[in-house]
Design a protein around this ligand. Sequence first.
Ligand code: ADP
Ligand code: MG
Ligand code: MG
Length: 252
Amino acid sequence: GSVLEIKDLHVSIEDKEILKGVNLTIKSGEFHAVMGPNGTGKSTLASAIMGHPKYEVTSGSITLDGEDVLEMEVDERARAGLFLAMQYPSEISGVTNSDFLRSSINARRAEGDEIPLMKFIKEMDEAMDFLEMDKNMAQRYLNEGFSGGEKKRNEILQLLMMKAEIGILDEIDSGLDIDALKVVAKGINKLRDENFGCLIITHYQRLLNYIEPDFVHVMMQGRVVKSGGSELSKRLEAEGYDWIKQELNIQD
Ligand code: ADP
Ligand code: MG
Ligand code: MG
């Protein structure tokens, strides 16, 4: 199994400190949810883990199985087994979805051990069926003109096929209708085993009705201020965040 450890992480954007000491440990086999009001730094956390150049880590550490993630290039992070589904996935014109997926899979494999084309096509076909995706999505340019729901399903397709060890899913539920939400949840649940752990970042409890997290963390003002089990997300859904602010004496 793998362990992603985030210790006392401080991150700034354009000299403004957004993350003010985040601590989180995600082990394979565990599903963690991070919830919190808008603007509290959830996406900043995801971007810092994946090495977005705009997000400057000013102190603290991120390690994967003891290896310093912050020292790795973005593609090395993916090769090491981290997968990030962005809140706003970017479009890549001229690269088909299928080609992108195959080269991403091969980048995770040893030189000379590329996935055989027929095996790849078969696996992609099965995964697309499972996610109820239109087959012509394979030959379209990556994310170009994809609807919000198609982008999210496509991120899950990548996740299913990439054999990542730790997945970071930033608002994978945003903008989805209930049917698409269920399909996305089905995809994530399919990965539930001892070799896979994930961090599900979400503003709403809705997705967590279909994916039972083992741990729920609440982020406010750049820190994880409270952690608990799935009962915590249910209480947030019912009561919002004010009670946590009061309990912890957090001012807006
Ligand atoms: P969340 O995902 O919890 O809604 P974000 O991490 O997106 O929060 O944002 C946290 C804070 O950082 C916000 O105040 C936001 O305005 C600021 N921020 C995020 N991204 C950028 C950026 N690229 N440039 C400037 N400020 C940013
Ligand atoms: Mg720890
Ligand atoms: Mg966000």
